[in-house]
Design a protein around this ligand. Sequence first.
Ligand code: HEC
Length: 121
Amino acid sequence: MAIQPERARKMKITTMILCASVLTALAVPVHAAGDPRAGKTKTSMCAGCHGIPGWRTAYPAVYSVPKLGGQHAEYMVSALKAYKSGERNHPSMVGIAASLSEQDMEDLAAYYASSYTGESN
Ligand code: HEC
């Protein structure tokens, strides 16, 4: 028995919907994109140093704190991972990065990348 055109069309649509939902389900964990709004709520532990224009930390030596606003998100995530893994070893940032999950890093980076104001950190 031949499949009627109407039925074939429905099957095709069903297949497409199934494929799309499978792809969406797969895409989420692989591409954990940062959410700038979630990032903003996590900046309280960064703002003490990165929120003050021209701020210098006094430990372990007088050191200027890099500006994060407008920095590339990918760069910030890789810098944070490098602090967490010990590849970069500034004491202030190692302690901070150790407490961040990968999602926190993505969210914070997305927020800072989108928050460039031209004057503050
Ligand atoms: C105690 C002060 C302090 C706090 C709090 C702090 N940072 Fe930092 N951060 C620094 C300093 C100092 C550096 C530069 C260290 C270096 O040269 O490796 C730095 C570097 C960085 C860098 C690398 C920037 C670059 O240009 O390479 C990123 C990204 C960063 N911080 C993100 C954060 C985030 C996100 C938070 C909050 C979760 C945070 N920091 C909290 C002091 C701080």
